[in-house]
Ligand binder design. Sequence first.
Ligand SMILES: [Zn+2]
Length: 275
Amino acid sequence: MKNFFISFLTFLGMLKNAFYPKKKNKIFIFHEIEKKNYKKFYKVIKYIQSKYEIINPEKKFNTDGKVSQAIITFDDGFLSQYECTKKYLDKENIKAIFFVIYDFMNINSKKKHREFLLKNLKIKPQYINNKEFKNMNFRNFQSLIKNGHTIGSHTLSHPNLKKICKEKCKIEILKSKVSISKKLGVKKINNFAITFGGINYFNPYVLKLCKKYYKSTHTGIRGSNNNSHRVFFRENCDLNKDFKEIKFLIDGYADLYYVFDRIKLKFYNFISHKC
Ligand SMILES: [Zn+2]
């Protein structure tokens, strides 16, 4: 069934490209990268490079150009992301955004670390093995900043922003910006990534705060960023999926499936200033 679905959407996407060719601007998200997937990560980056021009996230997408462009982002602040950046991205001179959870960045005990993964990141216990899912430390972040990567905020404690009260929501969105900036010595944190990312994890009020305090807000809704809005679609790359499926997502053929989420986001955007 899944294979049929992928083939069907690919067919529709190719048909659309043939009759209505349009360049795509994509932002890709990576989470924890298991050691066994390091090489696959590089393979995926190379595939993205073959389809898109990977730009520095400090630059804006070229909305009238002919070349499809991409930005690489990492959520949550795992050590594996730092290692893969050193090993692969820095050699290719690719700059990325690292969305940091302030509380997670400050953890240095194994017990608290595990508790955070289970409670705040909602990672199932069977996926947490002893050696992986480690968080980056202060030194790792310093090295990334020195090499020209961008630091963004991913809240203080990674809550479901839709489920907390308005006051708490403001603290998570605004205080994380101030605290991360102070801790890492970054002058301005301009990018924010919504936790869990999908349309069901935020509301117009959350969006209002994000737009108020950040230049760019990153969702986890799949789609292409073809206009100059400040709220962005992103494409999650799960490296545990097989390469064929990852390619399908990178090519943007899953976009059609998320059309209603994008319409809902437009509506949220429209009414957010009234909240
Ligand atoms: Zn996250």
